[in-house]
Ligand binder design. Structure first.
Ligand code: SAH
Length: 362
């Protein structure tokens, strides 16, 4: 008699609970003879109680827990890599159900715990200095996948300290992989849950959405009347240079983007941040600073200067310390509010899109 070898059948990936549409979950609960309020209980376990197994959901009947476990998984992403930098920045590489990889980051500063999240696998915008767009876009993330990044990142401090007190996220920046406004509906659905009191409790005022500048979508966001903070990636003071750095600019142009930003300010009362990545020898000259100041004259905007973070395979370089200081001084002299973004997590390839590429290539 021979014994047959045991074949390890890979588990079929069931949908994560946060990815199940509310009406589908309600229908599933009804089919199983459960009241709709169970949906809120489930969400509370995942979002507030940091529980990631059905077994631990102790106020649910055993039979329901078993039925849930047969149909769903609590969280559907897997942590493929977890990197920590000396400055307390964490980066997670998450594997999605279809095997695709995305990045999200936890940045800890005095009194703040900020999650930086992705909205797409890759990016279609093709900004020449950015790692996320080097291979184009593969797909939009679902709202569940966007929400799970927040949960995964929020759950991180537990691993470190083993305590469950005051480890809430305070802020979200949508500055990971992808163009958020190209996946606006899914992003808004996720942020709505993140903002809810029985969700993660992070209100719109503490959420920054960074965009390459899609005027129609900026207007749509403004019309929602929410208090999101908008950051627009300008990177150049004129169309000729911006067309070279941000290829999508030839379809939009700076004027339409700035008008949309103005509209956002009028509608929401929130000042827009202009992001400007400084690429040594490309857009960091004194002339560029003067032109940028002229462009922003009379507009309610704040400029964030971001020295380029090295990307493997790209030959752009950081601005010299002198060029950076001069650029900032020049803007200030012209009455423009300006700051240089602090560099976080440089050790762990925190410029988004780099870790994913490195792992995919290895
Ligand atoms: N698609 C959105 C989000 C991109 S990431 C947008 O364009 O705004 C957030 C910011 O990081 C953007 O301003 C982006 O241009 C910038 N960025 C991307 N790669 C970078 C790099 N290697 N060094 C410095 N900043 C970078």
């Amino acid at each position: 008699m021979s014994t047959l070898p045991i074949v390890q059948v890979p588990a079929l990936s069931a949908p994560g609970l946060l990815s199940v549409a509310p009406d589908e979950l309600a229908a599933w609960l009804a089919e199983h003879g459960e009241k709709p309020l169970r949906a809120r209980q489930l969400r509370r376990w995942l979002l507030q109680a940091r529980v990631d197994s059905f077994d631990a959901m102790t106020d649910l009947p055993q039979a329901l827990r078993r039925a849930l476990a047969a149909a769903f998984v609590p969280l559907e992403t897997q942590v493929a890599r977890h990197l920590t930098a000396d400055d307390g920045t964490h980066k997670l590489l998450l594997r999605l159900c279809d095997g695709k990889l995305i990045e999200c980051v936890l940045i800890k500063e005095a009194g703040r715990r900020t999650a930086c999240i992705s909205t797409q696998v890759g990016c279609a915008m093709g900004c020449v200095f950015c790692a996320s767009g080097l291979d184009g876009v593969e797909r939009n993330l679902t709202s569940g996948e966007i929400l799970e990044q927040l949960v995964r990142v929020r759950n991180l401090p537990l691993w470190e300290r083993g305590d469950r007190t005051d480890q809430r996220l305070t802020n979200i920046v949508v500055m990971g992989m992808g163009e958020p406004l190209a996946n606006l509906d899914n992003l808004l659905a996720a942020l709505e849950i993140a903002g809810a009191k029985d969700g993660l409790g992070i209100g719109a005022r503490h959420i920054t959405i960074s965009t390459v500048g899609l005027p129609a979508k900026i207007r749509r966001l403004a019309d929602l009347g929410k208090q999101y903070h908008l950051a627009v990636s300008l990177h150049a003071p004129d169309d000729a240079l911006r067309n070279q750095i941000v290829p999508t600019n030839d379809k939009t142009g700076l004027a339409a983007i700035l008008e949309a930003a103005e509209y956002f300010f009028e509608k929401t009362g929130r000042q827009v941040t202009i992001e400007y990545v400084l690429l040594g020898g490309v857009n960091d000259a004194a002339d560029h600073a003067r032109a940028l100041a002229r462009l922003l004259q009379g507009r309610k905007a704040h400029v964030n200067l971001i020295p380029f973070n090295d990307v493997a395979g790209l030959s752009y370089r950081r601005p010299s310390p002198e060029a950076l200081a001069e650029f900032q001084t020049s803007l200030r002299r012209h009455g423009v509010s300006v700051k240089v973004r602090k560099r976080k997590g440089a050790q762990i390839d925190a410029a988004c899109g780099q870790l994913r590429r490195a792992v995919a290539a290895s």
